[in-house]
Design a protein around this ligand. Structure first.
Ligand code: ATP
Ligand code: MG
Length: 151
């Protein structure tokens, strides 16, 4: 699925729509440059899962965990938002428990800068979103086909 968005709220809306397609255990990788709109899309996605809490970028925390009670897939209990931009070593994420969440049936994980944790994602099935700057806004490609990471 491909979208073109002209502003922040349209990008959030893509996230909201995408949330409706997600199931427990899904790992959604978000690719795109600095300022592409990855966090903006996650904000909409969280709304789509029924979250009311303010979503902030986990740039320094690396991982923010939200309780979910209202997802379409009722088994979903957590949204885990990961941003690896400042990560120096995958081990840092292992230490804060990422492996408990990646692919857990009651959890949806969304990852900004997934390129930096290829080792942790190896052999995991992921969904992928790519956001690119255009002259007039952003192009967002949402690929819901599970792809096994093995690069
Ligand atoms: N069409 C658009 N979609 C999303 N954001 C847009 C758009 N047009 C302009 N913007 C602006 O671009 C910025 C996107 O910021 P956001 O934090 O979502 O990016 P990010 O990809 O998460 O960046 P980072 O890699 O730093 O985490 C916001 O300031 C937003 O207002
Ligand atoms: Mg971000």
């Amino acid at each position: 699925m491909q979208y073109r968005t002209k502003n922040e709220s349209e990008t959030a809306e893509v996230g909201r729509k995408t949330a409706a397609e997600l199931n427990g255990g899904d790992i959604l990788c978000l690719y795109g440059d600095l300022g592409a709109g990855k966090t903006t899309l996650v904000k909409g996605l969280a709304r789509g899962l029924g979250l009311r809490r303010r979503i902030t970028s986990p740039t320094f925390a690396l991982m923010n965990i939200y309780d979910v009670r209202t997802a379409k897939d009722a088994a979903v209990r957590k949204l885990v938002h990961i941003d690896t931009y400042r990560l120096e070593n995958e081990r840092e994420l292992v230490e804060i428990g990422i492996e408990d969440y990646l692919g857990a049936p009651n959890t949806i994980c969304v990852i900004e800068w997934p390129e930096k944790i290829k080792g942790l994602l190896k052999n995991k099935k992921t969904l992928n979103v790519r956001i690119e700057h255009t002259k007039t806004g952003r192009t967002i490609v949402v690929n819901r086909n599970l792809k096994t990471e093995n690069r």
